[in-house]
Design a protein around this ligand. Structure first.
Ligand code: ADP
Length: 434
């Protein structure tokens, strides 16, 4: 391993610190010394890292640290091969008491001489944390059901109902998805533990997670509220707006994939927008147990599923890429691209699945859309999973590059305009009824 790599020292009380390690020959003691600079008020004798299964493994010696590095470098090799962005190695110091507030910018490491060469100066960098709201809420402790005031229903999905709510202690508006689940306390515990990873999903294009709890056989999942709702509301979206939305979706998916999270349910109703022009992905499959429990009670069709999923074959990231293609086709044309719609009866669901597996995938008419857009969708909707673009290729596609100009304003204007139109229409309908 000759290249630099980054160790991210996770600080739950403040800002994480990124340490660019230039010398691979680190000792366990070296790492503890660096951590003691990040947490000057604490005595740190061990730290954790997360393995592939999401279990936290404690490191207390050079040997255990060697295992952590080989695990991480295996992952890097895997990511490199799949073209995914390489993530820092996150370590979680075991801090016995909260660290005091200090300025960590420009931190340098002063390691004592040791038999191993000392680590190079650390390029500390405060990780830019958005979602201060989340921290506000979490700072007040676990979300308690009695702190939530239900204001209105935002939508009914296949698994549950989403409410706009007020979290009284912090006076913050949240979205709460309530899903009825008849499961044992052990399974409930497992789901809550699997959802913990959401606290770490900290990216502008991923919906902020505030917490989850079970009450009366229902799970409530509390997330950031998006005042524009989902793309499902908006029908046909013009390409110059849709292109910028697509850039955000691709960035969000890349982020999730880099954390080894497959979305599993990419569709317009899981892509949220705001009047500020933000685009965020929600409802991704972080908890296998939750997906399992929902699937056991859900009867219906996921019309955005890739052919390999319909067939019950093994599937992975490429199946998210397929669903991305179907979703873009839908919002470009303002209708579900297959002849049947996902909202139709059970009977036609079988026809739809047959269609996905046996027919040629639908395409965008090049007469109405740019060549780049049509090509992008065509590549995403290749029936053979291996022929679909890899994550990095998606980012580099000319369609994404063409619209990756950070123009959030164009989305904001369009969302505001559409919401106004919808409101006007509702008013007229109400007037006609009275
Ligand atoms: P589905 O099961 O079809 O994925 P959901 O149950 O997740 O749908 O959501 C139903 C609807 O609730 C969405 O289409 C959207 O309009 C609304 N919604 C969901 N989450 C939020 C949120 N965080 N902010 C605002 N609206 C939301």
């Amino acid at each position: 391993m000759s290249e630099n790599f980054v160790i991210r020292i996770v600080n739950p009380q403040g800002e994480d610190v990124d340490w660019t390690v230039q010398n691979f020959d680190l000792s366990f003691q070296n790492v503890l010394e660096v951590m003691s600079q990040v947490f000057p008020d604490a005595t740190i004798t061990a730290f954790d890292y997360e393995d592939e299964d999401g279990d936290f493994i404690t490191v207390r010696s050079d040997e255990e640290m060697g295992t952590m590095f080989s695990h991480y470098f295996d992952l890097i090799a895997e990511y490199g091969n799949s073209g995914m962005a390489i993530q820092p190695l996150c370590v979680y110091p075991k801090v016995p008491k909260p660290a005091g507030k200090r300025n960590i910018h420009g931190l340098t490491v002063k390691t004592k001489a040791s038999s191993a060469p000392a680590p190079q100066p650390m390029q500390a960098q405060a990780v830019n944390r958005q979602e201060t709201d989340i921290k506000d809420i979490l700072g007040s402790g676990q979300i308690s059901p009695s702190d939530i005031q239900y204001l209105e229903v935002l939508g009914n999905g296949h698994s549950g109902t989403v409410y706009k709510t007020l979290h009284s202690p912090t006076n913050k508006i949240m979205a709460v998805k309530v899903i009825p689940l008849d499961i044992t306390p052990e399974i409930q515990k497992r789901i809550l533990s699997e959802l913990q990873i959401l606290y770490k999903c900290n990216f502008p294009v991923i919906i902020g997670f505030f917490g989850a709890f079970f009450a009366e056989n229902k799970i409530s999942i509390c997330t950031e509220y998006m005042d524009g709702g989902s793309l499902e509301l908006y029908g046909c979206i013009p390409e110059q707006v849709l292109g910028r939305i697509a850039v955000s979706i691709v960035k969000g998916l890349n982020y999730l994939w880099s954390l080894k999270i497959m979305h599993r349910d990419v569709k317009p109703s899981n892509i949220l927008v705001s009047t500020k022009g933000e685009v965020k992905l929600c409802d991704f499959g972080v908890s296998a147990q939750l997906i399992n429990s929902i699937t056991q009670t859900y009867v219906g069709t996921n019309a955005y599923m890739a052919p390999e999923r319909v067939l019950g074959d093994q599937y992975g990231v490429p199946s998210d890429v397929w669903s991305l293609g179907v979703s873009l086709l839908e919002i470009a044309q303002g209708r579900f691209p297959y002849p049947t719609t996902p909202r139709e009866q059970e009977l036609s669901a079988i026809d739809l699945l047959q269609c996905i597996v046996h027919e040629n995938p639908p395409r965008l008419p090049r007469s109405h859309f740019s060549e780049q857009f049509a090509d992008f969708v065509e590549h995403c909707m290749q029936k053979t999973p291996n022929n679909r673009p890899k994550p990095q290729m998606l980012m580099e596609h000319s369609f994404i590059r063409m619209y990756d100009d950070g123009n959030q304003q164009i989305i904001a204007q369009w969302v505001c305009g559409k919401l106004h139109e919808i409101q006007q229409r509702k008013l007229i309908e109400q007037q006609q009824m009275t």
